[in-house]
Design a binder for this molecule. Sequence first.
Ligand code: ZN
Length: 392
Amino acid sequence: MSNSLWAIKAARIYAPRAEWKPGIILVENQTIKAVGTPDQVEIPAGVEVIDVGEHIIAPGFIDIHIHGAMGHRVDDGTEATLAIARYLPAQGTTAWLPTLLQPADIPAVVEAMSRQEDGAEVLGLNMEGPYLAPKQLPHEGDISTPVPSEAALLEYFSAAKGAIRLMSMAPELENAYAVIAAMRDLGIVPSVAHTKSGYAEFMRAVAAGAQHVTHAYNVMTGMHHRQPGTVGGVLTCDQVTAELIADGHHVHPVAMSVLIRCKGPQSVALITDSSRYQGLPDGDYGTHVKIGGIVRHKGYETAVDHTLAGSVWPMNHNVANVAELPHVTLVEAIEMATLTPARICGVAGRKGSIEPGKDADLVVIDEKINVQMTVVRGEIAYRAGSAGQQGG
Ligand SMILES: [Zn+2]
């Protein structure tokens, strides 16, 4: 956009806590200058107005748990991370947390943060590893989890130049509760993940400072009526927020509904947990096989239950899935992909909603959440049908 001042107009704007029908947004440089009905917002003479007609304008999506896409993984390094960032606006994502399993990969992602010039904004890191209880599946061999330590946490934190926003922890690991408390001291949001621990251990982790749950239901103890497990804790404890992989394969729609009805849209963040295979065709990729929207480790092609190897669905698909659940409105589905994740990772002061003074991160969608246009910090980063615009 050559002009530093421009406007965009649509039949509906979902902010998401306020809405205008029709509405108009005035953008100045990287930020939102004004939003309201056409009567409320004064557009100076000569300012370009993009009219997107019957479409909906929402805040750009924020994906706080994603490993890769289009053949790239974040842990491939700096260039791969920047390539993923340039691809994400095509699914409406305007900001994200590259998600790592190994601390050795931190410096390359920090380098990407400092060099980034376009694409979805890297907000910091989500450290899903290394403090996960081993799943002990045959294909994992003998992966060993280091004993959590405050000293190691400080090393990771300084390698990341303080940019770790979220970090996972399995409560059953030795010293886990002390390291959860240490994360809080550093301003990292501690998240319970990949755990065989039960309800009592989960609640002890919350008492120690855990505030969040990594992909609720997946890789954690389920709820039995006499043993409520970690899932029982997630559903009933208002102190924790939760991630949901809403691709339609990782969590049954009924279980998605239960989570959202228990916690509310303000406490559930939609994530992709996408692997490098998102955006690639079905096929045999050596160690992994992609068939019909699911990726499994080779040898597990027909297995069910615990053997999915990451998701391959884009964020707009997941928002559409949730919007189709009974009792969930389109606006609530949008909130779970925008304001809620912004609050969880501490950026709601400048992202997650359409308000004057916030970053001009916008997505133009239709009823089915097909992405028509994406704006990242005031620049058009994607337009449907014109691939050349992407990341431009
Ligand atoms: Zn993950």
